[in-house]
Design a protein around this ligand. Structure first.
Ligand SMILES: C[S@@+](CC[C@H](N)C(=O)[O-])C[C@H]1O[C@@H](n2cnc3c(N)ncnc32)[C@H](O)[C@@H]1O
Length: 222
C-alpha cells in the first residue's frame, strides 16, 4: 500500500523523512538525478528576478532556497521542514546568511498566518507528495493566502504516473525496483493538481516541465 500501513484496522500514514538514514540516502543521489541540470535550468527560468521574500515548503537541505538566492542575491526567506537531520543541514548551509530563517514545521499543520507574509514566491521541491491528497489541496489554498498579488507558486513535484507500467519505467530510470518504492510517497496526477490550483483562484496555472514522474507546476496569484 503506497503511503499508508495498517495498524490494527486503521491505516497509519507513513513518512520516513525524520529518519537520518532516509535523509542520507536521498542526499547521496540528489545531485545526480536524471535530467537534474535541465530541471534546475527550467526552475530558474520560472523563478522571478524580483523576489524579495520567499517561502520554501519542505526545504530539506535548502537547495531550492539557494537557487532562488542565486537569481535574487538580496532575497530573504523562510524554509520549513519537519525533519531534524534536514533542518540541521539547511541551517548549516545558511549559517552566514542573515535573512534566511530555517524553521521546524510539519506541513500537515496549517501554515502560520499573519507571521511572515506576503511572499513574492512560494516554492517547494519534492515535498508536498508526502501529504495526503486532502492536505495537499488545503496547503495550496493556504499558499494562495500567503502570496502577494502577482506572487508566484512553483511546486517541483513527484507526481503519479498514469499507469503501473509507466511508474515502473520511472523507478527503473532512477535506478530503483518496485521493492525500493518509498512508502512515504502519496503521488497524485498533474491534471488534478492543476485543476485544484485553478479552482482556488490562481491564474497562469501550468505544468512548465515534465519528465516521467517529475513535474514543475506553476501558478500566479491574480
Ligand atoms: C525529497 S526531500 C526534498 C528536499 C528539498 N526540497 C529538495 O528539493 O531537495 C523531501 C523533503 O520534504 C520534507 N517533508 C516531508 N514531509 C513533510 C512534512 N509533513 N512536513 C514538513 N516537511 C516534510 C522532508 O523532511 C524532506 O526534507
Amino acid at each position: 500500500m503506497c503511503g499508508s500501513e495498517m495498524k490494527g484496522d486503521n491505516p497509519v500514514e507513513v513518512n520516513n523523512w525524520r529518519s537520518a538514514e532516509h535523509v542520507r540516502s536521498y542526499l547521496s543521489i540528489a545531485d545526480d538525478r536524471p535530467h537534474g541540470e535541465e530541471i534546475v535550468k527550467v526552475l530558474l527560468e520560472q523563478v522571478p528576478s524580483d523576489v524579495s521574500y520567499v517561502l520554501d515548503l519542505g526545504t530539506g537541505d535548502g537547495r531550492l532556497l539557494a537557487l532562488v538566492l542565486q537569481k535574487n542575491p538580496k532575497a530573504c526567506g523562510v524554509g520549513l521542514d519537519f525533519s531534524e537531520p534536514m533542518l540541521e543541514r539547511a541551517r548549516k548551509r545558511f549559517e552566514d546568511t542573515d535573512c534566511i530563517e530555517i524553521l521546524k514545521h510539519d506541513l500537515n499543520e496549517s501554515l502560520p498566518k499573519g507571521r511572515w507574509e506576503p511572499f513574492d514566491l512560494v516554492i517547494s521541491g519534492l515535498a508536498i507528495h508526502h501529504l495526503v491528497h486532502g492536505r495537499k489541496k488545503e496547503l495550496y489554498t493556504e499558499v494562495f493566502g500567503l502570496l502577494r498579488s502577482g506572487g508566484v507558486f512553483l511546486n517541483l513535484e513527484h507526481v503519479a504516473s498514469p499507469t503501473k507500467a509507466l511508474h515502473q519505467k520511472f523507478l527503473a530510470a532512477i535506478g530503483l525496483t518496485p521493492q525500493d518504492d518509498d512508502p512515504s510517497n502519496k503521488l497524485l496526477d498533474v491534471h488534478t493538481q492543476l485543476e485544484w490550483l485553478r479552482q482556488i483562484g490562481y491564474k497562469d496555472v501550468d505544468c512548465h516541465f515534465k519528465w516521467l514522474e517529475i513535474a514543475l507546476l506553476g501558478a500566479v496569484k491574480p
